[in-house]
Design a protein around this ligand. Structure first.
Ligand SMILES: NC(=O)c1ccc[n+]([C@@H]2O[C@H](COP(=O)([O-])OP(=O)(O)OC[C@H]3O[C@@H](n4cnc5c(N)ncnc54)[C@H](OP(=O)(O)O)[C@@H]3O)[C@@H](O)[C@H]2O)c1
Length: 268
């Protein structure tokens, strides 16, 4: 697939108030003429805007406070983009959340949130933005290493990310002839606010220790994601340990993985 050269772009970033979204904004700042930052928390979005302007005061930054889990929130994003001086050239579908713990004890509201943000918002926003995007253009969908593997006690999250990776690979083929490159980035554990949001307030969440070897900094994840978009790679697992783990999860027979995952669950 042909890649997309990131230069003088208008980047639309969801989840730009924290973690990987802030890092995407930071790394794109010097390569952007405009940026639209989306999340629910306005104060944090304003901090991201200040960060971008500190790096490159010439960027036209638009803040869009929206809950993209809702139709109204997504409509606000689309209308914001419609009013912008320049067309969006790069869409970063980054907003997302998880939930640590057993499915049968999960808060139904948090189950819906994961599906609404990780799957529905990513899909429908992409559908709305493609027709108004400039050509050539690029889309980065933030998936997860968890998307390669069924994960007990992270079941809904892992399933949503399997969707994101599959959806992105299909889109990368469909959209390539029309000049839009698509990359799914599948990070392993990355220090952001993700764990804080995924934890359960009643303390019954799962022990997630033992993942240190897979940990990659946000700088690395975003650098690899943007380089892969430029190189026309449909899927990237940032960092050698994460790439190796993803390979193992894809080649080991599923019955063996079920045994291993069952033992792991018993031991925690
Ligand atoms: N950190 C990891 O270990 C890891 C690993 C693999 C994949 N990922 C993926 O990386 C992406 C970014 O997560 P992160 O690690 O940077 O976590 P984070 O620090 O918790 O950031 C999540 C972002 O998503 C936004 N968001 C959540 N719900 C939203 C909604 N309804 N409407 C609008 N924005 C919403 C949050 O903004 P507001 O709260 O202000 O709305 C926040 O900016 C997610 O898709 C996550 O699944 C993370």
């Amino acid at each position: 697939m042909a890649g997309y050269r990131i230069d003088k772009v208008h980047a639309l970033i969801t989840g730009a108030s924290s973690g990987l979204g802030v890092e995407f904004a930071r790394q794109l700042a010097r390569r952007s003429v405009a940026m639209t930052l989306v999340a629910r928390r306005e104060a944090e979005l304003l901090q991201t805007r200040d960060l971008i302007l500190g790096i490159n005061p010439a960027v036209r930054v638009t803040i869009c406070v929206a809950d993209i889990a809702t139709d109204a929130g997504r409509a606000a994003v689309v209308s914001n983009v419609g009013l912008a001086e320049s067309k969006v050239t790069v869409l970063i579908n980054n907003a997302g959340l998880g939930d640590y713990g057993r499915f049968d004890k999960a808060d139904p509201g948090k189950i819906s949130q994961q599906i609404d943000v990780n799957v529905t918002a990513l899909t429908l926003l992409t559908r709305e933005i493609i027709p108004v995007m400039a050509r050539p253009g690029g889309i980065v969908n933030v998936s997860s290493l968890a998307g390669t593997l069924f994960m007990p006690e992270l079941a809904v999250y892992a399933a949503t990310k399997a969707y994101v990776t599959s959806f992105s690979e299909a889109l990368s083929i469909e959209l390539s002839p029309s000049g839009i490159s698509v990359t799914a980035v599948c990070p392993g554990p990355t220090p952001t606010n993700f764990s804080k949001t995924a934890r359960r307030e009643n303390g019954e969440d799962t022990n997630r220790s033992g993942q240190g070897v897979l940990k990659q900094p946000p700088e690395r994840v975003v650098r690899d994601a943007l380089a892969s978009l430029e190189a026309g790679r449909a899927v990237i697992y940032p960092g050698a340990p994460v790439a190796l783990a993803s390979w193992i999860f894809r080649v080991v027979p599923r019955f063996l993985l079920r045994l291993i995952m069952g033992r792991r669950m018993k031991s925690t």
